[in-house]
Ligand binder design. Sequence first.
Ligand SMILES: Nc1ncnc2c1ncn2[C@@H]1O[C@H](COP(=O)(O)OP(=O)(O)OP(=O)(O)O)[C@@H](O)[C@H]1O
Ligand SMILES: [Mg+2]
Length: 488
Amino acid sequence: MTPNPNSEADSSAGIAQTLTKPPKERMAMMSISLPSDFESTSKTKLAESSSGKFFTQNNPKLVPSFDRGVIVEGGQVRGDELTVGKILGTGAFCEVREISAITLQRLPEAPDHFEATESFIPQHKRLSTTSVEGGNDSHEVDEAGFPVNGIFTTKEQIRKYMSTYCLRRGDDEEDKELHARYALKQLKVTDDEKKIRQGLIDLSIEAQFLACLNHPNIIKMRGLAGKPFSPDFGIVLDRLYMTLEDKIDFWKEEKKNALGKSLCGCLGIGLDKVTRDGLKFQAIAVAYDLSCAMRYIAGHNLVYRDTKPQNAGFDVRGDVKLFDFGFIKELTKNLYDKDSGQYNLTPHTGSMPYMSPEVLTGKPYGKPSDVFSFGVLLWEMFHQKFAFYHFDRRDYVDVVVRRNYRPPIDHSLPIMIRTIIKESWDEDPAKRPTFERIAILLKAEYQAMASGAMLGHSERLIDKSARSFRAHLRNADERLNEAIGEAI
Ligand SMILES: Nc1ncnc2c1ncn2[C@@H]1O[C@H](COP(=O)(O)OP(=O)(O)OP(=O)(O)O)[C@@H](O)[C@H]1O
Ligand SMILES: [Mg+2]
């Protein structure tokens, strides 16, 4: 395989000099000793969560493991195949960093690392090869650096490949930097043992599902890192460049700018409407892609349980991807509640302003709850605001759940969009549409807009908007660096 000229990572370079040790606080967390039965109880929980049909019907992908350093005598950390860079984002439990180099410490022919990671994969399953159609020797790669026409048959091959193609050059002429292709999601540093135990189980369940999920609008997990069931455990994901929350902010800014210009004189007249239409078109495209991801999840009898703009992001090509699968659950027969036709699942799961009334009030729930959250997300995408801004828990229960309040829907939105939003957040779960219906309606709206006269004059603006979106990405990166610099 020819080394990628874009990559700075040299897997054969002297290891000791190139390694970046995990920061002190993480080392301290890594040395926390968890209860001796933690590993066995976690494995039981993992086995339970993978006992349904989803895992018998979907082959896990070939997922390699990477060393995150081991603690040796004197508390020193020896070795670390992953060099991590800046923080890309943090959630309630985890932090995500870019991977700036992968420095392999074993020869390619050495056996795969960490047999223990097999415990993430249901035992009865054979690992499927990570394949990309074809099988010839082409070196063409997809957005994550994988061969378009190649098949990986061993984990070591994938490790070598990822190490070589770990960085990519920017697409824009002005952008001379190398960018990380992968990101590492690990627990946030904490000394709260309970949080560590819960976080590790959630992250392991996430890894288990991601190994079997396969959809173009769902984030791809490319590897596992560190020792399973220990605080240095992590998952290697494709790196995303912006969350949907950031994108909504960006749309808001674009709309404001266009309005400003249209008020500034005759040259700007009409610009506001054209920009609004262009932005609506972008939002419909993103909404459609996300509805396809949700349709895929619901089609496998799974509930995602954490739909929100912070859990969707955009890859290097600008395609939207759903991520953060810590709360995903299979709706198995033993959880079914005959009276309600829903399932007995943990209440209050997810993020409050997107939670359906039945999740918040502890009733049985299921797929319609994901639809409710999707409805709130759609409202936010098309209004560029938080639907329940300034609502604390009590307000939400009182106003949204008890009094059935929903924010007004903009009359200038296409009727199809208004209908989907209205139906999706119906208080009665049985009246909400399925993701199948939502995807069909969004596709129809997308096609109508794409073929309509409107696009003729706004195409140029959509292009312009995409260009300024890329510039905005770079600015966002710079702002983040500054903020981190200030915080340190
Ligand atoms: N693959 C990725 N590439 C870039 N940034 C990412 C990636 N995955 C996650 N992030 C960033 O990190 C943040 C936290 O990630 P994630 O939502 O997976 O963590 P979490 O702790 O499970 O979150 P939550 O608070 O929703 O439970 C995201 O909101 C996003 O900003
Ligand atoms: Mg999240």
